[in-house]
Design a protein around this ligand. Sequence first.
Ligand code: M6R
Length: 608
Amino acid sequence: MCGIVGYCGRLNAQDVVLNGLEKLEYRGYDSAGISVLDNNILKTKKRAGRLENLEDALKDDPFTGNIGIGHTRWATHGIPNEINAHPHLNSDGTISVIHNGIIENYGELKDELLSKGYTFKSETDTEVIAHLLDFYYKDNFFDAVTNTVKRLKGAYALVMLCQKEPDTLIAVRHESPLIMGVSKENGCILASDIPSVLEYTRDVIYLDNDEMVVANLDGYKIYDKDLKEINKKSEKVEWDLEAASKEGFDHFMIKEIFDQPKAIEDAIKNKMKDDEINLELGSFTKEELENINRIYVVACGTAYHAGQVGKFAIEHFTKIPVMTDIASEFRYNSPFIDDKTLLILVSQSGETADTLAALREGKKHGAKVLSVTNVVGSSIARESDKTLYCYAGPEISVASTKAYTTQLIALYFLALDFAKKLGKISDDEVKNVINELKALPEKIASMLKDLTPYQEIANEIKEAKSIFYLGRGVDFISAKEGALKLKETTYIHTESFPAGELKHGSIALIEEGTNVFSIATQSKLIEKTASNTQELASRGAHVYSIGRVGDKSLEKYSNKVIYVPESLDILMPVLTVIPEQLIAYYTSLAKGNDVDKPRNLAKSVTVE
Ligand code: M6R
């Protein structure tokens, strides 16, 4: 998703902006650009492709100046090329704008501007903003911005410059993430995410919807939606840039896979006090829980899979039925929401547009909203009634790994907390589950000691055209997560099935040599899955099974069995996903893919 950085201060704006954009590369992008007010002249440069292309272009002709904006674009309207890259300019190049989000009424606005004689260079929705700013500019940039944003429908975080007011930068946020790092010495940096500012300051202001920032070399002012000046306190960011660097690993994905033992340990520690579950502000009271008669878990992608395991866990421990839905479907599915509904949202970034929209839909109908997220201060965290943090540390690789396992931990704790408060579980059982949870980091560490089996499998499957994943019960959710991880990093077509459903159609796809991953870790279901695996093996499938240590039943029908350590059935997804993540990582490398930034994908999906 697009990354934006705006700078106003005593440092060289080009350096701060490029540095900030580098820190946002993880979000995924296909072109980059920058504008700087250089000796009162607005200068702009853009390049298709990587940020290095832009940096190279600036080497021979650098911009100097203290106010600048920069952007990495993830194409939505128009192909990824130099013309469609941001910043976008008005016709005489004196107004510059960068934008993250989507302007839904841009077609209408474009027609209006065309009829007024404006001409367009790009295919983007953003260019209408530059021309609208031009149209509304009389002698005051602030007024031009406020009149322009009144016309926009959709989602936007905007940072804008105007050559006629060369000491000012203006930013505004509506439904797209925007934060501002502030420092007396270094000035202010507006950015889509915190890593962009950490080299200059740890003091961050989280902008809310419809707030506007006007910054110059003497400082900044923040205005609310009624254009009233407001005071907002900055918050200290406690984590380090170090935590967002590769620390000697070749890629973020493998680093983040290896982070998991520690991340899970932290996730557990932060949900306990004096050996008891303590979710602090992340849960509800017994009375509040007794008043709930319907639970939904809603999320996207990997977070949705975590939510589905969460459903199994809540149902297992509380015996209360839980419904799950994909966030992009939820609000259009006419869900039954009222003030007795609990809506649980799961989102690593806390900024996913569809999940945020589901949250708002829930709140509109009176639901109580609890979010499980990794990013403190994110929109989802701020708009939820309760928030349970994952404590995974920054996750940079687009393929989610440690966020998933720590989301699972958060959801297990939530399930235990609910069950305990509602009297559905004994103290001994809680203790036992917690001991098993605490044993997971060491078990994962043991699985990370020998990586050869995963590398071998990667080499065996790298040329496959299609790979199937199957499992039963909660193993089916692990199958779905394994299939998604492999698909997004390797671009191999993968599909997941409940093992028993195969013979109702999809078994027709199995032929000599078809690769199948069969997940069989649930004690009561192992035999059943083994017999489905046999059906596949007898039709020539090449079967990789993932089973529990000591269980020999899968060997007979599998070409290879990957053994994972024993745990409680309900906790097995935390362990099962480790080989899946490693196989996805090594297969992506074997295919020569950019594993941390797979094609067409973005880390934080902030558009619908
Ligand atoms: O930030 P979120 O957890 O809300 O993101 C949800 C999905 O976009 C995300 O999990 C996506 O599926 C990952 N690329 C999976 O690895």
